[in-house]
Ligand binder design. Structure first.
Ligand SMILES: Cc1ncc(COP(=O)(O)O)c(C=O)c1O
Length: 375
């Protein structure tokens, strides 16, 4: 385990690296990391491939992966779940799109915080629904939801669902217990489904912050689904495996029914990797968080020391939301690319004056990027 090691991704068809192939631009965009997976994950995958037969496996019948999820949620979040609450999905993006179809009708309104992960912003329209943006506001040096706006918009009877992203991408905040209770109250009072994307929940860097799964919130048990995956934390996003936790049997039926014939099962390699991640990689996970915290602190110091750039300290994720409005350039994305650094364009998330930098990489990679930005 050496997070400072540089691993070439040439000839691996990496989405992140192909974007700038042939150009001298360091890719720091899409959310996967430059870190090798933990050895137990690789060993488990090798072992499974070594068997030689890769036929059908129904995720609900692959007991060790289901037990691993149950065990992980208890250990990480003190959340006691029943095995039947787990609904495996082939990615969190299909999972929240399916939630739109399962719990809303075309023409309904769906609230989504903004800025946000582009596929989440796109989900309502894809499903013939209207998106209602809930702004992200800066309060005491931290990004959070505009609760007054949430309360107001939720009262519209056409609003049927809130797709929450917690920890928040791109801003990196972890909602507090009080904030989540407020979200739950607003959803309960207005009869709104809560679909909580928590794909980044195992990447909390702030040692004072605590991730609380939406599914544990009192009062909204029968209107909440919680979406999670080992994919971001353990760098196995290419295996397309995630899970929804749906405690309410009626909701679970509705959800499964909406996906019938359309949504493939989570695949065997993803199940094997998730099982290993949640049962054999605790030390790797701890060292990862320490390394990312170091990267985050370094980036925070450096970015804020550059005239025209500003970022708040993210509490979670390996993503930094950088305000480039002080540069006074029309296209911050182009400005960075011209300097040889390839972030995600803020425009895709809802604010073109920002860029999002992925710091899930060796420190040397980050130092190199900073040198280039400063040059
Ligand atoms: C908030 C959020 N949800 C979902 C995803 C992607 O999920 P998946 O690859 O499981 O579809 C990402 C990836 O960056 C993300 O940041």
């Amino acid at each position: 385990m050496d997070f400072s090691q540089t691993i070439s991704r040439d000839n691996t068809y990496s989405l992140k690296w192909l974007k700038y192939q042939g150009q001298d631009i360091l890719p720091m965009w899409v959310a996967d990391t430059e870190f090798s997976c933990a050895q137990p994950i690789l060993d488990a995958l090798h072992k499974r491939v070594g068997h030689g037969i890769l036929g059908y496996t129904h995720p609900s019948q692959y007991a060790p992966a289901n037990e691993a999820v149950k065990h992980w949620l208890k250990k990480q979040y003190n959340w006691d779940i029943e095995l039947e609450w787990i609904v495996w999905t082939p990615g969190v993006v299909p999972a929240f799109n399916l939630a739109c179809r399962a719990f809303c009708e075309p023409g309904d309104k769906v609230m989504v915080q903004s800025p946000n992960y582009p596929p989440m912003l796109a989900a309502p329209a894809i499903n013939k629904m209207e998106r209602v943006d809930i702004d992200t506001v800066e309060v005491d040096g931290r990004w959070t939801l505009d609760f007054a706006q949430l309360e107001k918009e939720a009262q519209d009877p056409k609003v049927k669902m809130f797709i929450l992203c917690n920890p928040m991408n791109p801003v990196g905040s972890v909602l507090t217990e009080a904030e989540l209770k407020e979200v739950a109250r607003i959803c309960q009072e207005n009869d709104i489904f809560l679909c909580s994307d928590e794909i980044h929940c195992d990447l909390v860097l702030d040692q004072q912050a605590k991730h609380i799964p939406a599914g544990t919130l009192a009062g909204v048990e029968s209107q909440t689904i919680t979406l999670m995956a080992a994919s971001k934390t353990f760098n196995i996003a290419g295996l397309g495996t995630s899970f929804a936790i749906i405690p309410d049997a009626k909701l679970r039926f509705q959800y499964n029914h909406a996906g019938m014939g359309l949504l493939p099962w989570a695949n065997i390699m993803g199940l094997v990797a998730t099982e290993a991640a949640f049962t054999e990689c605790d030390h790797w996970h701890k060292v990862l968080l320490d390394y990312l915290r170091g990267n985050r602190d370094y980036l925070y110091q450096e970015i804020n020391a550059i005239e025209g750039l500003r970022m708040l300290l993210p509490q979670a994720t390996y993503l930094a939301w950088v305000d480039a409005s002080g540069l006074n350039v029309p296209l911050p994305q182009k400005y960075f690319e011209d300097k040889g650094v390839g972030p995600s364009p803020g425009a895709d998330f809802g604010n073109k004056q920002f860029i999002r930098l992925n710091y899930g990489c060796p420190r040397s990679h980050l130092e190199h990027a900073i040198q280039r930005i400063k040059a």
